[in-house]
Write a protein that binds this ligand. Structure first.
Ligand code: MCA
Ligand code: AMP
Length: 501
């Protein structure tokens, strides 16, 4: 089975029902299940006619819009592999992904072309063609001309870039089976039904919006109310008007929604929603409480990773406990282990390992990194090292995440790898040493802060501009502190926990 077999059920059952409703600037585009998948079939035939085939990578540097969904479905119909790029990325970050993934095609939109113009010849070496979303319709041909390749569960569907522990992100190869596992688990766990409508403002270039949002909705035969971006005012109005039954967000979105909803005295319509979910970063118990107070809803918090899809979730029917991520989803197994990978008793704090069909195949062209990321048990089962520290409540089985054993800053649901930022800072004239660490922030959860050893005088404004030219805005340190020296241990390793608060 591949993903399209799963979606085919909805297409067959409710061809005329709206699969996607996209609204921007007061205009709405509606694609029924049949129109959406017919468009994808004819685009797949057109792309195949241009030589695109199984295993080929197709980079998407594209905002949320119907063409994203049509093109993605066309790509996987061919057994090709989508490589989505974060829209906040700058030249250096995009170049790395293109060089590593070697896509043959890049699909983008007119408003983003100026950024791509900054790419050097070598960065785009693999690209045979750059296609604008606006041009996709013109590429469609009669789907009868396509002899579709056999695409199976173990074939790759996406290459998702993540985890830059070495300063460079790696591509996680996500198969059709991996996505099927997450989607079928969530359909059952959150009681998805065809009558659902999901207000989706999360970016489609990450697992949260793409898999948890889009895929589940299409597999359920529900409707996606797709928006270009998150705007707290518009979302609050949409939710109050009862246009959706579900809303998914990162904690920063809920922090903003709480502030927005406090200003509304017409919140009664929110009762029509059946589920609010949060993930990608820890939801503060204060936000959970404030949201309950304002809306009567308990936000359902769940936990996942790019490499694994979704792992744990608070229950749909049952107590949702703030500060916890609930219990394993159907088909997911977890272990909490000590440094020697020995199982700990329930209640003890340790490293979280996960196993299941949801867990990815491995990192793209990086067998050593893949090998390091897994532990094999006596039965030969592969357990993925999440890098998250966790504790399981012995009485309820609910898991609480306690932090991370790997260095990672979660800002507004986006990942910032300190090492990557440090490497960029170190190339700025006058900076001799740099260490980057996360510091708490009321809206973003955490933000990166830089500690520098530098030759005076350091031109901070120039340094900020330099950072902005080199990396996505959310990675740019919010504060720079000058130190005489970085705290180091006897081996010379920076002791991040000794950096100022
Ligand atoms: C934008 N800015 C940020 C962030 N986003 N700063 C810190 N952290 C951020 N996350 C900065 C921009 O650089 C810019 O600064 C200014 O805010 C305004 O930018 P804009 O794009 O207008 O911001 P926004 O639209 O208000 O964005 C906030 C947001 C967005 C909607 C919360 O960050 C977002 O969509 N986050 C969701 C990320 C997500 O989907 N994560 C899932 C991945 P300046 O003006 O200085 O340039 S994790 C995942 O998929 C796993 C599997 C999971 O478990 O879900
Ligand atoms: P990514 O690699 O972008 O998929 O980010 C995955 C990481 O986000 C996980 O390893 C966790 O550290 C974090 N994360 C996701 N969901 C949650 C959550 N509900 N609470 C705390 N951290 C989370």
């Amino acid at each position: 089975m591949n993903l399209l077999d799963l979606f085919a059920i909805s297409r067959r059952r409710t061809p005329d029902k709206a699969a996607l409703r996209f609204r921007e600037n007061q205009e709405e585009t509606i694609l029924s299940y049949d129109r959406l998948f017919s468009a994808a079939d004819s685009l797949a035939a057109g792309l195949a006619a241009q030589g695109l085939g199984k295993g080929d990578r197709v980079a998407f540097f594209l905002g949320n819009r119907p063409e994203f969904v049509v093109a993605y479905l066309a790509v996987i119909r061919l057994g090709a592999v989508m490589v989505p790029i974060n829209l906040a990325y700058r030249r250096r970050e995009i170049a790395h992904m293109l060089q590593d993934a070697e896509p043959r095609l890049l699909i983008t939109e007119r408003s983003l072309l100026s950024l791509l113009d900054e790419l050097e010849e070598g960065d785009r070496r693999s690209l045979e063609r750059v296609i604008l979303a606006e041009e996709l319709e013109g590429l469609r041909v009669d789907p009868a001309r396509l002899s579709p390749p056999v695409v199976g569960g173990s074939d790759a569907a996406m290459l998702l870039y993540t985890s830059g522990t070495t300063g460079r992100s790696k591509g996680a190869v996500i198969t059709h089976d991996n996505i099927l596992a997450t989607v079928t688990g969530l359909l059952a766990a959150w009681a998805w039904e065809p009558a659902d409508a999901l207000l989706l403002t999360l970016p489609l270039f990450h697992t949260h919006g793409l898999v948890v949002g889009l895929h589940c909705a299409l597999a359920a035969g529900a409707t996606v109310l797709l928006r270009r971006r998150f705007d707290a005012g518009e979302v609050a109005t949409g939710l109050i008007q009862g246009e959706s039954t579900l809303f998914f967000g990162v904690p920063t979105m809920y922090v903003r929604l709480v502030e927005e909803l406090k200003r509304r005295d017409d919140r009664a319509g929110l009762a029509r929603l059946r589920l609010f979910c949060s993930g990608s970063a820890p939801l503060a118990p204060e936000t959970f409480a404030a949201f309950r107070e304002l809306t009567g809803h308990d936000i359902l918090e769940r936990y996942g990773m790019t490499e694994t899809g979704m792992n744990l979730s608070n229950p749909y029917a049952g107590p949702r406990l703030p500060g916890t991520v609930g219990t394993p989803l159907p088909g997911v197994s977890t272990r909490i282990v000590d440094r020697e990978d020995r199982d700990l008793v329930p209640g003890a704090e340790g490293d979280l390992l996960v196993a299941g069909s949801n867990v990815f195949a491995g990192y793209w062209r990086a067998p050593e990194k893949t090998a390091e990321s897994f532990v094999h048990d006596d039965l030969g089962r592969r357990w993925f090292r999440t890098g998250d520290l966790a504790r399981e409540d012995p009485a309820t089985g609910y898991v609480t995440l306690l932090g991370r054993s790997r260095e990672l800053i979660l800002s507004g649901g986006f990942n910032v790898y300190p090492r990557e930022v440090e490497e960029v800072l170190a190339t700025f004239p006058g900076v001799r040493e740099a260490a980057v660490a996360g510091r708490p922030h009321p809206e973003w959860g955490e933000v990166p802060v830089a500690f520098l050893v530098a030759d005076p005088p350091l031109d901070e404004a120039a340094l900020i501009n330099f950072c902005k030219s080199q990396m996505a805005g959310f990675k740019v340190p919010r504060r720079f502190e000058l130190l005489e020296a970085l705290p180091r241990n006897a081996l010379g390793k920076v002791q991040k926990h000794l950096l100022p608060g």
